[in-house]
Unconditional design. Sequence first.
Length: 115
Amino acid sequence: MTDDLFDEALLLIQSKSDGVLQSELWKLLNVDSRKCSRIVRKLIDTGMVERHEYRKNGIKTYLLRSTKKRVIDPSLLMAGEYLIPCIGCERECVVETCELLLDWMYELAFANFEE
Ligand code: SF4
């Protein structure tokens, strides 16, 4: 197996936040299903990909997803100088009626308006 195929498979899986079906991956890589299985085995062994059973039209396949944690831009949690109130919140959460979140969203609207 070439490293190029391994890298290509990894990039394909990482580029899809919902994951890639193994039954589709081998077609995308233009290899046969046995070769694809070996690539997937190697990806799983390296810990970069996880595999879950999945049924599509009643047929069993696997959903492959990247284990790479996404880096979150901390500025997305800020409205101006106000941190989103959900961080560390211990209230019983009802998002639709939460006045803390609503206040924060107003701040966010103002912060974006002033930019
Ligand atoms: S929406 Fe309100 S109650 Fe829910 S976690 Fe955020 S701040 Fe807390």
